[in-house]
Each structure stands twice: as structure tokens, then as C-alpha cells.
Design a protein around this ligand. Structure first.
Ligand code: ZN
Length: 263
């Protein structure tokens, strides 16, 4: 069966389209997008009210479906129905159910309930620690095989660095950066070394350098390009000093922002 959605605002980021377009659906596929698409007798025309948006399905990676355990607040069926009504075709649900999603049995339960509900796609997020208590690692391997896509203790920050490290190891991420990191651009504009180029400066820069550093002053990335004339070692050192100072500023701003009382 063919259906033509007419009217409404079509947003299609991959093809850079945003405006008044028709959308032709053939079965379960998008057949055509365009203006004033022709309609044959077999096509059902759906007039989309103005102000409505037609877009790819939205994804919410942090939802609470509350089932199992708190069905008086929400069930998987009501949650995925509400998601679809709001345009969300995929949701990732957090683990703070009762019992928490810290084992393959709970993960499987969520997946089964979601399949029956036939609403938005459900991607369970497993607990990082057993019972979300922040003490011992949850059954991450078994939950992963059952279908979790991530682990998180939701609103409870993991305070034990060793526990966090073991959780990252499960996903082959044990060597991930766990400290601070910041990035800046530096460059040469009109012969002068400059920190944090804006668009205009960047587009006329003679040398262009991107630097990523850790909070303790080590490099993650240095990427530099001479746009016209090659530059010498002294200039590079000069630019790296400038970048290091800028990153140190950023690190301090981040520390201050994190330490500031929340309003
Ligand atoms: Zn949450």
C-alpha cells in the first residue's frame, strides 16, 4: 500500500532538507521525497496538519520505563506507547527498576515485554554495579549477551575508580582516558600566533593547529597544517606553548564549573 504524506514540515538532516515536502511511503519504505508528488488511485493521501514535523524517528538514550517493580508509575507498554506518540522510535531504558536490571534475567524480561508492547524499540541499559549499590560489578557479560547496549548506575555516580575500571575492561575500554581532557585551536594569522581561532581567522590562517591535551599537560592529539608557506620548529613550539596555556585555562574553567554550587 502506498501513502502520501502531504503538508507539514519535513526535516531530513542526512539530505540537508528542511521545508515543505511530500513524502511517499510504499509498504514499509520511503519511496520518494519531493514537492507536489503525483498521486495515483492506489495511493492514500494523508493531509498532515501545518505545524507538524515529519522527521526520522527520534532516539532518547535516557528513559525510565519503571517496569519491573513500579508499574503504578509506568509500564514498558505505556512507556513505549508514549515514546511513539512523541516521535521517539527508539528508547534506551535505565536500570533503576525493582529489582534493578543487573542480571540477564531482568534484561530478558524487559526485552520480552517490549516485544509484546510493539511500541518504540527498547534498548536496555544494564546496571554497572549489583543492586546499583556501587560496590560489586553487576553481571555485565551475561547482560550484554542478553541484549543490553550500555551500563550505567543512572543517577548514582560511580565513586569507586577500581569498579569503574573493571566495568570499562568489560568493553575493552580499560585504557580509556579517565582524567580531564580539553581541545583548542591555534594558528598563525597575519604573521601572529593566535589562540582559539574564530571562523574568519581560521579561514585565512597561514598555519592551522588543533591540539588536544590532558589536564596534566600531556598530548592526546597534535594536528598541524601549513596552508601556504611551511613553518619552522620555533613557530611550532610557540604555538604549542600557546595551546598549552589555553588548555590550562579551560581546565581551570571546567574545575570551577564543576565545583560551583548548583543553582
Ligand atoms: Zn535517570
Amino acid at each position: 500500500m502506498k501513502r502520501l504524506l502531504r503538508g507539514g514540515r519535513l526535516v531530513d538532516p542526512i539530505n540537508s532538507r528542511d521545508g515543505a515536502f511530500d513524502l511517499l511511503i510504499d509498504g514499509d519504505r520511503i519511496a520518494r521525497v519531493g514537492r507536489d508528488l503525483p498521486v495515483d488511485a492506489a495511493t492514500q493521501v494523508v493531509d498532515v496538519p501545518s505545524g507538524f514535523v515529519i522527521s526520522p524517528g527520534l532516539i532518547d538514550i535516557h528513559v525510565h520505563l519503571r517496569e519491573p517493580g513500579q508499574e503504578h508509575k509506568e509500564t514498558i507498554a505505556t512507556g513505549v506507547a508514549a515514546a511513539l506518540a512523541g516521535g521517539f522510535t527508539s528508547v534506551a531504558c535505565m536500570a533503576n527498576t525493582e529489582p534493578p536490571n543487573d542480571s540477564a534475567a531482568v534484561t530478558q524480561y524487559i526485552i520480552d515485554r517490549a516485544r509484546i508492547a510493539q511500541g518504540a524499540r527498547v534498548y536496555p541499559i544494564g546496571a554497572l554495579s549489583l543492586g546499583l549499590k556501587g560496590e560489586r560489578l553487576a553481571e555485565i557479560g551475561e547482560m550484554h549477551r542478553a541484549g543490553i547496549v550500555a551500563v550505567s548506575d543512572d543517577g548514582r555516580a560511580v565513586m569507586d575508580a577500581g569498579l569503574m575500571r573493571r566495568a570499562l575492561d568489560h568493553f575493552g575500554l580499560g585504557k580509556a582516558l579517565t582524567g580531564e581532557v580539553a581541545a583548542v585551536s591555534v594558528g598563525v594569522v597575519d604573521g601572529a600566533s593566535l589562540l582559539d581561532l574564530d571562523y574568519e581567522e581560521d579561514s585565512t590562517a597561514e598555519v592551522d593547529v588543533n591540539v588536544v591535551m590532558t589536564g596534566d599537560g600531556r598530548f592526546v592529539e597534535v594536528q598541524s597544517t601549513a596552508e601556504r608557506v611551511p613553518f619552522d620548529r620555533a613557530r611550532l613550539d610557540d604555538l604549542l606553548d600557546l595551546a598549552a596555556a589555553g588548555i590550562d585555562d579551560l581546565r581551570r574553567y571546567q574545575d570551577d564549573a564543576i565545583a560551583a554550587p548548583r543553582g
